[in-house]
Ligand binder design. Structure first.
Ligand code: GLV
Length: 328
C-alpha cells in the first residue's frame, strides 16, 4: 500500500505509518504545484494533504487508485468532497483535537487587538517608551462587553465558554439554536446575524467556508457593526470580504480587527498590513506542539484504517457508508 504526503508532517504522524505502509513525502520546503502533485499520486492508495493543497476533480482523476484523501486540518474546503464521493474515495479530517487550541488563539487575538499588545511591543522595542503617561496607548475593555460568536460549532462554543471568565454577555448566530442541555444555552443568546453585528463589541467568526458563508461578512455587514467594535477571524479568509474590511478599518467604520486567515492566503489585500488597528498572524490557530502532533497522528490513523479495510475515525463523506451498506 502506497501513501503520499504532500508536505512533511510532524514525526508523530510518520511514526504511526511506519511498518504499516510504504510512504513518501514532499521533502522540499514548499508546496507542490498541481502538476507536481498529479505526477506523484498516479499510483498511490492514500494521500495525506494540507489545507493549502487544492484536491480538485483533475487531481482526484489522476489518482486512479486513491482510496482516501486525509486532510491534515479540520476544514476541508480545499477538497472536492462531492466528486471524491462519486469516485468512492473517502475524505477525512482532524476534528476535535484543535478545538481548544484554536479558541485559545482567537482569544489571544481578541485581547491583543483590544489592548494594543502588538503595537505596544513595537513601541517599546523601537525605544519610544519614555515612561508611564496618563493617556499612553489606551485600548478597549474586554471584561463585561458583548461577544458575538458567528458559528457555534466546536470552536465557537469553546470561544464562548472562555467569555464567562471575563463576565461577558454572549450573542451567537448559528444555523440553529443550541439544545437546552448544552451548558451554554443558559447564558448565550441566539440572535440573527444583523442583531449580533449591531450589538456586539467583539465579533468572532467560526463558520466553515462553503457557498453559503463566502463573504458572509461583506461591506454591508461591516456597516452594521459599532464603530468601537472589533472583528476576529480564525475560520477561513474568504468568509470575510478583506477589501471591504480594509476600507472599513481606514474609515473608522469599526475599531479594529485581528486575523489568522486571509482571503487569498498567503497574500494580503492592499493596505491591510499598513494599518495599525489590525493584528495579523500567519494561520496558526492549531499551531501548538501538542495539537500538531495529534493532528499528524489522526491523519495517519485515518489512512491506516482505510488501508486495513476499516471505517476511518474521522470520515467526512459519510454518505459512502450508506452506499457501502446498501451494497451488502
Ligand atoms: C486549520 O485551519 C484547520 O482547518 O485545521
Amino acid at each position: 500500500m502506497k501513501v503520499y504526503i504532500t508536505y512533511k508532517i510532524p514525526e508523530a504522524g510518520l511514526k504511526r505509518l511506519e511498518g504499516k505502509c510504504c510512504f513518501n513525502f514532499n521533502e522540499q520546503d514548499k508546496l507542490l504545484s498541481k502538476k507536481e502533485l498529479s505526477a506523484r499520486i498516479a499510483d498511490v492508495d492514500a494521500l495525506i494533504c494540507l489545507l493549502e493543497d487544492r484536491i480538485d476533480r483533475d487531481v482526484l482523476d489522476v489518482g486512479e487508485k486513491l482510496r482516501i484523501v486525509s486532510n491534515f486540518a479540520v476544514g476541508y474546503n480545499n477538497i472536492d468532497v462531492d466528486y471524491a464521493s462519486q469516485r468512492g474515495i473517502m475524505v477525512t479530517n482532524t476534528p476535535g483535537v484543535l478545538t481548544e487550541t484554536t479558541a485559545d488563539l482567537a482569544w489571544a487575538l481578541l485581547m491583543s487587538v483590544a489592548r494594543r499588545v502588538v503595537e505596544g511591543d513595537s513601541f517599546v522595542r523601537s525605544g519610544k517608551f519614555s515612561g508611564w503617561r496618563p493617556e499612553l496607548m489606551l485600548g478597549s475593555d474586554v471584561h463585561g462587553k458583548a461577544l458575538g460568536v458567528v458559528g457555534l460549532g466546536r470552536i465557537g462554543q469553546a470561544m464562548a465558554l472562555r467569555a464567562a471568565g471575563f463576565n461577558m454577555k454572549v450573542l451567537y448566530y448559528s444555523p440553529s439554536p443550541l439544545d437546552r442541555e448544552n451548558e451554554l444555552s443558559e447564558w448565550a443568546t441566539y440572535v440573527d446575524l444583523e442583531t449580533l453585528l449591531s450589538r456586539s463589541d467583539f465579533v468572532t467568526l467560526h463558520v466553515p467556508l462553503n457557498d453559503s458563508t463566502y463573504h458572509l461578512i461583506d461591506e454591508s455587514k461591516l456597516l452594521l457593526m459599532k464603530p468601537t467594535a472589533f472583528l476576529i477571524n480564525t475560520s477561513r479568509g474568504p468568509v470575510l470580504d478583506e477589501r471591504a474590511l480594509v476600507k472599513s478599518l481606514k474609515e473608522g467604520i469599526i475599531a479594529g480587527a485581528a486575523l489568522d486567515v486571509y482571503e487569498n492566503e498567503p497574500a494580503l489585500s492592499p493596505g491591510l498590513s499598513e494599518l495599525s488597528n489590525v493584528v495579523l498572524v500567519p494561520h496558526v490557530g492549531s499551531a501548538t506542539h501538542q495539537t500538531r502532533n495529534r493532528m499528524a497522528e489522526m491523519a495517519a490513523e485515518n489512512v491506516i484504517a482505510v488501508l486495513s479495510g476499516e471505517i476511518p475515525p474521522n470520515l467526512v463523506n459519510k454518505e459512502l457508508l450508506q452506499q457501502r451498506s446498501a451494497r451488502l
